[in-house]
Design a protein. Structure first.
Length: 508
């Protein structure tokens, strides 16, 4: 049973960012010893800022932090770690050219020469316990986004912290792994470890002991799950009710093939085949959802289709035109839109302006250039302003650096850019990863509207709720192979979860 003892408390924590933004304003938050405390809020609500203050990465302009009733001086992550506080960030803090084991060993104190050899057995033990498997000898740059997040979780668990801050830790787990992960959290809780659990998933928040909601930098309320429902939580988060998607409208799908993938083999970064003999087709207006745990070839499949990764064997056709190993611009000009997995690293160029990122794929067209040299920004502005309104992008000025936008607004910008040009196929790779409830709902509605207009969509996601909500058909990838394809009506969560975990199912 959760103790009533307060292990951590913030008093009037305030953080101001020029010119006039309060990321946190007089926040009074507390964490009990041995509790799981969910932290909810939209992108930009101040959740990460508050947690970075607790972890010593930011200094508050006002306010104080208390650990076990005593005022704490937390000016750096080292200070936080000395208080047994550890934070797993949503954006990774890993050394790309080191291995998984080396990254975890880097955090060890008083070890100078090759400490990684001493930690391998313990890492393997934690991996087995948490079902967070990853190649411990692989270098970080060779891993997918989901695998990198697993390394961050392993790093935190290895440190044995008593106050553990987790930012979206279940995003890359199968249903079975997620279930086991929550069992581990309960074990940690039983050992009086306190957990702050940042999540955008209302179901996960409802599994916690308490829920705190932030909105626009202010603490709205701290509640117990048994005294509130999901709709009330959403209203607290965004200040109004929203209409959730509940099911996809049934409609007839054309027999016209828009995407045809035949016996596709694609090498991954480690020099072995990440995609092995993938064969499938996608009809006009159809959404094919591909489920799978990160690192099973989904990313390489998407990159091969859009021309970002060479194809070793097999063929890809768009509306019967062979695009195998064609340049990305050729593929884009043939009606393919791409929403990448890594919105910061691949989706945008962070040092360019918002409008420059918006025109990345059309600036070269004759109607937008003068003498084929000078970009005529005035010809883009109307289209840009229309996109801002349509997709609800919050941007103070088109010429602001794109890195000043929140993750949700960057994702909306990518979506607006990709769909602003004529297209017939969307390759969407984790399109709602890390987004808040309102933005997730908006992105999903956009994809459904596109399919209703006849656009074909290849939806790659680890969020099975999203897969089941949007897809007409569901395929599962495991170790580079498509191990099952189902009509949505004939698919069930348990079977899909087992296939994602590598179990063989008859008739799949």
């Amino acid at each position: 049973m959760t103790s009533d003892n307060i292990i951590l408390e913030t008093r009037n924590i305030t953080k101001f960012f020029p010119p006039n933004i309060y990321a946190n304003y007089k926040i009074n938050f507390n964490l009990k010893e041995g509790e799981i405390h969910a932290l909810l809020g939209e992108n930009g609500a101040g959740k990460t800022t508050l947690m970075r203050i607790l972890f010593g990465e930011l200094t508050p302009d006002e306010g104080e932090i208390y650990i076990k009733g005593k005022k704490a001086r937390i000016k750096s992550p080292r200070d936080a770690i000395s208080y047994k506080i550890w934070m797993v960030h949503q954006h990774f803090r890993l050394v790309e050219n080191l291995t998984v084991t080396e990254n975890i060993a880097l955090g060890l104190a008083n070890k100078i020469i090759h400490p990684e050899k001493e930690v391998e057995s313990k890492i393997k033990e934690i991996m087995e316990t948490y079902e967070l498997r990853v190649d411990i000898n692989a270098k970080i740059w060779q891993l997918s986004t989901g695998e990198k997040q697993r390394v961050e979780i392993l790093k935190a668990l290895y440190a044995g912290s008593k106050i553990l801050i987790l930012d979206e830790p279940t995003s890359v787990l199968t249903p079975l792994e997620r279930e086991r992960f929550f069992k581990v959290l309960k074990k940690l809780k039983e050992n009086r470890t306190s957990i702050i659990f940042i999540t955008h998933k209302l179901d996960e928040a409802m599994k916690s002991d308490r829920i705190t909601v932030l909105r626009k930098g202010k603490l709205i309320a701290t509640v117990y799950p048994y005294e509130i429902d999901k709709n009330e939580l959403v209203k607290m988060m965004i200040g109004k009710n929203i209409s959730f998607l509940t099911t996809k409208n049934k409609r007839s799908i054309s027999n016209k093939k828009v995407l045809n993938v035949k016996n596709l083999w694609v090498l991954g970064d480690r020099g072995v085949y990440a995609v092995q003999g993938a064969t499938f087709e996608l009809k006009e207006g159809e959404i094919l959802g591909i489920a799978g745990v990160a690192g099973n070839g989904q990313k390489e499949l998407a990159e091969a289709i859009v021309g970002l990764r060479p194809i070793s064997k097999g063929e890809i056709y768009i509306c019967e035109k062979n695009i195998t190993n064609k340049p990305t611009r050729f593929i884009y000009d043939n009606g393919v839109a791409f929403i990448p997995e890594d919105r910061i690293g691949t989706g945008v160029i962070i040092d360019l302006s918002v409008i420059d990122n918006f025109i990345l794929k059309t600036y070269y067209l004759p109607e937008y250039t003068k003498h084929k040299i000078f970009i005529q920004y005035n010809k883009f502005l109307n289209t840009f302003n229309d996109a801002v309104k349509k997709y609800g992008i919050i941007v103070p000025n088109p010429y602001f650096p794109v890195k000043t936008l929140s993750g949700g607004n960057i994702q909306k910008l990518i979506l607006a850019r990709e769909l602003s040009k004529k297209h017939k196929l969307i390759i969407a790779l984790h399109p709602t990863y890390g987004l808040d409830v309102a933005t997730t709902n908006a992105v999903r509605k956009t994809l459904l509207e596109e399919s209703m207009r006849g656009t074909s969509i290849l939806l790659i996601s680890e969020d099975l709720e999203e897969i089941f909500l949007l897809s007409d058909k569901i395929a599962v990838m495991y170790r580079g192979k498509i191990v099952g394809v189902f009509e949505k009506e004939k698919a069930d969560l348990h079977t899909i979860g087992l296939l994602m975990a590598g179990e063989e199912i008859r008739g799949a």
